[in-house]
Design a protein around this ligand. Structure first.
Ligand SMILES: [Zn+2]
Ligand SMILES: [Zn+2]
Length: 343
């Protein structure tokens, strides 16, 4: 029997989403990208291309830039079943209530975020703003997690450029931690923690990848992955929705510079997990939360995966095999024009 509910992990103090009903979702990732063959701009059997029919029977709009729809294989849903009864006070579960959506970045099946013009990246940031407001304002939605998984190696089921949104009835653990430490830092020092990080990075300078009037991109001093990068507005904004139009444009430029450098690193589409870290929407006081995007690249070299093993999975702390300063220097030296556009 397939299980769909949230189960409480009493030792880690966090929810586990059990979504065993999703096992049969479509998978065209490996077959579509095998051998590095060039992808077509439109694929008749892609569930994300404009005008195509999805597994649910719904038909995609004939969109041109971005397109948002409710995920046909949601891990959290408004129609999620009631949770099963736990067998003891420590074995708790509850319904996986929420809304899961998909955001297509472009009508073009063959492009990635790195190949979009900066203006289209800014349009995408505006979609993130609208989605955060729309979903975050709903009762029962405590957090809006936006993330892009890119590349076969992180399990992407379709190379069509897109990200996902999990609007959930709980706050994800990493966000909860960031919110808690940021609030504590403000209470203890009167300063914003992320501002202190930005100041320290700017003072050092070695790990800064890009900077404009209101945004900054850098490899953090405390990076856990090789080529880990943060992109953030300079001012403390709790969510993407709080960025001004000028900040959206600057943020999009910084984001674009980073993903172009990533692709130029090995002259191949660079895989990553890219979450947006935004303040919870559960009604709490999050004025000290500083919105940012994190890139977690799984590869250390083109064919060398950073395996999460004993320290990371077993102990929960990272063992980094690379120097953040060296990795930042590699990225800084790369051209700002995408290699497929002659960079
Ligand atoms: Zn497509
Ligand atoms: Zn973060």
């Amino acid at each position: 029997m397939s299980v769909w509910e949230e189960r409480w992990h009493p030792l880690r103090e966090e929810w586990v989403i059990v979504a065993a009903h999703r096992q049969n979702r479509p998978w065209i990732g490996e077959t579509a990208e095998r051998g590095g063959e060039a992808l077509p701009p439109y694929l008749p059997d892609c569930t994300l291309c404009p005008g195509n029919k999805r597994v649910s029977g719904r038909v995609n709009e004939r969109y041109t830039n971005t397109f948002v729809f409710d995920n046909d294989h949601p891990c959290v849903g408004l129609d999620a079943p009631e949770a099963s009864l736990g067998r003891s006070p420590v074995l708790r579960s509850r319904s996986a209530r929420g809304i899961a959506r998909v955001v297509c970045y472009s009508s073009r099946h063959d492009l990635t975020l790195a190949q979009l013009p900066v203006g289209e990246v800014a349009q995408l940031v505006e979609v993130w703003q609208r989605q955060y407001r729309d979903l975050g304002d709903r009762p029962g939605i405590d957090h809006v997690l936006v993330f892009e998984n890119k590349g076969d190696v992180v399990g992407v089921s379709n190379p069509h450029p897109h990200c996902q949104i999990y609007a959930t009835n709980f706050v994800f653990k990493t966000i909860e931690t960031e919110a808690r430490v940021s609030a504590r830092h403000l209470a203890q020092t009167g300063r914003f923690l992320f501002q202190d990080v930005l100041e320290a990075e700017q003072a050092d300078g070695r790990r800064i990848l890009f900077e404009n009037a209101t945004a900054l991109a850098f490899v953090p001093y405390f990076a856990r992955y090789a080529y880990e990068v943060y992109v953030a507005p300079k001012a403390t904004r709790p969510s993407a929705a709080d960025l001004s139009p000028a900040e959206v444009a600057d943020f999009a430029e910084a984001l674009s510079r980073v993903v172009v450098k990533f692709d130029n690193l090995w002259r191949m589409p660079f895989p990553y997990v890219m979450p947006l870290h935004q303040a919870p929407t559960d009604g709490g006081d999050y004025r000290s939360f500083h919105f940012h995007v994190e890139f977690h690249p799984p590869l250390r070299k083109p064919d060398l995966l950073k395996y999460l093993a004993g320290p990371e999975i077993g102990g929960g702390n990272f063992l980094s095999d690379t120097s953040p300063e060296e990795k930042a220097a590699e990225l800084r030296a790369l051209p700002d024009v995408h290699y497929k556009s002659g960079g």
